[in-house]
Design a protein around this ligand. Structure first.
Ligand code: ADP
Ligand code: MG
Ligand code: MG
Length: 894
């Protein structure tokens, strides 16, 4: 087994073995770009080390051989001689990962070699600057010493010397700093800073290996589902020096603008600086374009290299470079991160440049990015009064007055005000306030905090962890780091996509991408910008290649019409329960209170025409497309007054001896229907079987609506869907009844109706007996919300608000199983049901309703198990269309 690869031996496809950084350094070397010599210790060596607790025996010898070769080639020796070789030791796993060890620069410097380096470079100051950097980085990352100890000392030194920045420190200042840093090391570890160059290198390599198992890295991997056994590679790279004076420097660059996607010169440069200085904000950088004035030769060469890289990687690349006394060196490249808008623009630009084809372009964007583009955002032109920036936890733009508790949020929202709920952090008690608020702002907690998780679940804008804000709940005010005070009732604007918090109202603009989906922007005409055009092109391509059809969950004609504009190919779920609310609630009360058959029929008869009108509207909006109507699902008490409220009312009137007989009856009914756990109680098909006439009324309403639509020249395609079926017997009874009613309507109206009848699969038993259930079903629709609840034994409303944040923080899952389908558990049941259902009935139509239908990752799973369609809320339809296209042209993972 070979544990070490010279940069000249690897290539970009060896990320598993060499990590991302190593593979790309090798690729640049192969391309003949100026990369300092170096080598990469493989992830395999790391794995062997982690397994046995010791470096594999062969590793030391291999490292020596590669170091020798490097020394030969450069005519220098590590940390020795008149011109000592220095190296950097850099971690680099397959996936870039927070929590991994930072890079250590200038390895090889010691009390002896620092003098040699200074003499050789003719710059003593530079040598001591490099040495103090080494002790600082080594102390912090290899020896685990608190970084502030060094930082504070550096600040003191600057203050004492009256130096505005680090470059103003003189050689004597730096020498003193080195002495002080060495003292910090001795005090913290009880040992001297290691003077032996090879020992420095070996300790640094080992520290990189160990950092793979650091707690932050482990947590990150658990959440992101990155296997724990990949290990990290280690790169050893000859140092080049950007801190050798004004003709040297360090920079970062992008081959095109990562924000807009436009081609041009994007980057930052800092003269007389090393490594991270350019991004650390220690001094003001200049823009890359200004490098042309400073060093035209290096600038031209850099632009040339950027073009080479972009053509070679066929994508936007980001790079790190250093100029050492007029010589350009490349230190890193990788395919760069970009904003959602840039992703769409760049993908289509690259197609136009002939670098990639449309299939590849589809893989360069994703549904999460599209979803981001569909949120309204703050007007980029408008100048907001920026207060602070926190973690962008749930996207969107929200404006409202600051309130500091749930009660105030509910009260002011009820009075018609828009509110932003501000808390230190949220907990389940804040739920009402979160529901009432436009957005949520906290000063503690990250992307998996309670506020973040619940807000995302509700689709509410959230910025969390804004540590610069001091939230005073008692005093009901926020104070910023600069002393600005926001009182309760003051207006705030929060941007959940960037994490920015503004004082006052920032104007919100609708998303042009939504305007396009709504049909208000023609992608071919003028007002459309290149973003809309790019989205249009990629959506059209996805539509052409996808196999999955996309339907909408919509209950009203209006929703259905919008869904259709967004590209829905039917309705996959119409929930009939909303049709029992509002003014009609009273009719449900009559139904529940009915004591005789006659009373009951009268109640149902009153509901029938209303239902029929609802269905007509839907069938009309979706003319020619399937409309799945789910018969009543929730327990009846949901439509009745609240038990406690009603009890109080009856108790009060009783005490005044003015008892209303109706209220007393209602109270008895509510008591009778009260359930400990309504989710698992009298609902769905159970309700249909126990309340005679209820389902029949709904079936009749749909059949008559379809007949009316036919008479009006329409093309109605109703599908009757039965919820919460656990066994085929339930379905058989409902089916017999439904068929009889449909036949009656057909006869009465002299038409033939195309109504099919199927079931939801949302209980484990239904999935496990799907072969039998298919005997009585024309279609299955997986109700993955309830299926997830029943498979996990989770009551969604309870668990999301109470312990999901803790579960996410502990890494038990990376995303909520209500957001992304749990492939191993819930998905296994879906697979089983698909297989046995189709075995019984090969033409069984299969779909999914429930929000998973619009979740990017889940869509890929549904494609793969062979469903016919996914159904999701109208707003998520474009995301589902795009992801269904991507799934259809899936490529092997890179
Ligand atoms: P990260 O993964 O955080 O980007 P890097 O390993 O790329 O860490 O290194 C941190 C900084 O040090 C970067 O700015 C990089 O360009 C610089 N750097 C790394 N190796 C060398 C080297 N051999 N010579 C000069 N600068 C280097
Ligand atoms: Mg880097
Ligand atoms: Mg359900």
């Amino acid at each position: 087994m070979k544990f070490v690869y010279a940069f000249s031996e690897g290539n970009k496809d060896l990320k598993d073995l060499l990590g991302g950084k190593g593979a790309n350094l090798a690729e640049m070397t192969r391309l003949g770009l100026p990369v300092p010599p170096g080598f990469t210790i493989t992830t395999e060596a790391c794995r062997a080390y982690l397994a046995s607790g010791d470096e594999p025996a062969a590793l030391r010898a291999e490292v020596s051989a590669h170091l020798d070769a490097m020394e030969q080639r450069m005519g220098k020796k590590l940390g020795e001689g008149r011109d000592p070789l220095l190296v950097s030791v850099r971690s680099g796993a397959k996936f870039s990962m927070p929590g991994m060890m930072d890079t250590v620069l200038n390895i090889g410097l010691s009390d002896v070699s620092v003098e040699a380096l200074g003499a050789c470079a003719g710059d003593e100051r530079f040598a001591w600057d490099s040495y103090r950097r080494l002790i600082q980085m080594f102390g912090k990352t290899v020896l685990g010493i608190e970084g502030d100890l060094f930082e504070d000392r550096l600040e003191e030194a600057k203050r004492a010397a009256g130096a505005a920045s680090d470059v103003d420190l003189t050689t004597p200042d730096l020498k003193q700093l080195v002495t002080d840093f060495k003292k910090i090391v001795r005090e913290a570890t009880g040992q001297d800073f290691p003077q032996e160059p090879r020992e420095q290198m070996d300790l640094a390599i080992r520290a990189v290996f160990d950092s793979w198992n650091g707690s932050r890295a482990r947590l990150y991997r658990r959440q992101e589902r990155i296997p724990h056994d990949l290990g990290t590679a280690v790169n050893i790279c000859a140092m080049v020096f950007g801190n050798l004076g004004p003709d040297s420097g360090s920079g970062v660059a992008f081959t095109r603008d990562p924000a807009s996607g436009r081609q041009g010169v994007y980057g930052d440069y800092l003269a007389n600086a090393q490594g991270e200085d350019v991004v650390a904000g220690i001094r003001n950088t200049v823009s890359l374009a200004d490098l042309e004035q400073l060093d035209k030769t290096s600038y031209d060469q850099l632009l040339q290299i950027m073009e080479t890289l972009e053509t070679h990687y066929k994508d936007l690349c980001d790079i790190e470079f250093t100029i050492e006394r007029g010589t350009l060196w490349m230190l890193q490249t990788r395919v760069g991160k970009r904003t959602a808008a840039a992703a769409f623009r760049i993908a289509t630009q690259l197609v136009d440049q002939g670098l990639i084809d449309e299939t590849e372009a589809l893989h360069r964007v994703n549904g999460a990015q599209l979803a981001q583009l569909m949120f309204p955002h703050f007007d980029g032109e408008a100048e907001g009064d920026l207060l602070a920036t926190g973690i962008a936890a749930s996207p969107g733009a929200a404006v409202g007055v600051a309130v500091f508790d749930s009660e105030a949020a509910v009260r002011r929202a009820a009075a018609g005000e828009k509110v932003i709920l501000v808390r230190r952090e949220t907990n389940p008690d804040d739920l009402d306030g979160m529901i009432a608020a436009e957005g949520i702002l906290t000063c503690r907690g990250g992307k998996t905090s309670h506020a973040a998780v619940v807000a995302r679940g509700m689709g509410k804008t959230c910025v969390c962890g804004v540590e610069e804000l001091d939230v005073d709940l008692k005093g009901r005010r926020i104070t910023t780091g600069d002393g600005v005070v926001i009182e309760e009732g003051d207006t705030l604007s929060i941007d959940g996509t960037s994490g920015k918090v503004y004082r006052g109202e920032v104007p919100v603009v609708p998303s042009p991408v939504v305007e396009y989906f709504e049909g208000r922007i023609d992608p071919r005409a003028e007002p459309a910008d290149d973003l809309v055009r790019a989205v249009h092109r990629l959506m059209s391509y996805a539509d052409r290649v996808r196999r999955l059809r996309v339907r909408a969950n919509a209950d009203t004609g209006e929703d259905a019409a919008r869904a259709r504009r967004f590209g829905a190919q039917g309705i996959g779920l119409c929930r009939t329960e909303h049709m029992f609310l509002g003014d009609r609630r009273e009719l449900v009360e009559h139904l529940v209170l009915a004591e005789t058959d006659a009373e009951q029929s009268a109640a149902l008869d009153a509901l029938l025409p209303l239902q029929r009108a609802d269905f007509q509207e839907l069938l009309e909006a979706m003319d020619g497309l399937p409309v799945t109507v789910r018969l009543l699902d929730p327990p009846l008490h949901e439509f009745l007054p609240d038990l406690t409220e009603l009890s109080v009312r009856v108790a009060l009137t009783d005490s005044r001896q003015e008892t209303e007989e109706k209220d007393t009856r209602l109270l008895h009914a509510v008591e009778r229907l009260h359930e400990q756990n309504p989710m698992l109680g009298l609902r769905g098909v159970r309700l249909g079987l126990v309340i005679p006439g209820l389902f029949s009324m709904q079936v009749r309403a749909l059949a008559e609506a379809a007949a009316d639509r036919l008479a009006a020249g329409g093309d109605p395609r109703g599908e009757i869907m039965i919820p919460l079926v656990g066994t085929v017997q339930e379905l058989e009874i409902v089916r017999e009844d439904a068929e009889r009613i449909i036949a009656e309507v057909e006869q009465a109206r002299g038409v033939v109706l195309e109504l099919t009848l199927g079931t939801m699969i949302e209980l484990p038993r239904a999935a496990l007996t799907a072969g039998q259930i298919a005997e009585s079903a024309d279609f299955f629709s997986f109700g993955t919300n309830d299926l997830t609840q029943t498979v996990w034994g989770f009551s969604r409303d309870d668990v999301e608000a109470s312990f999901f944040a803790a579960y996410l923080e502990k890494g038990i899952f990376g995303t909520s199983p209500f957001e992304t389908i749990d492939v191993d558990g819930v998905g296994a049941l879906v697979r089983t049901a698909v297989r046995s259902g189709r075995a019984t009935r090969p033409d069984l139509k299969l779909g999914v309703c429930g929000e998973h239908g619009g979740d990017p990752e889940s869509v890929h799973f549904f494609h793969e198990v062979g469903l016919d369609y996914v159904s999701c809320s109208p707003f998520r339809i474009p995301v589902a269309r795009l992801e269904a296209g991507r799934a259809a042209v899936a490529r092997p993972p890179v």
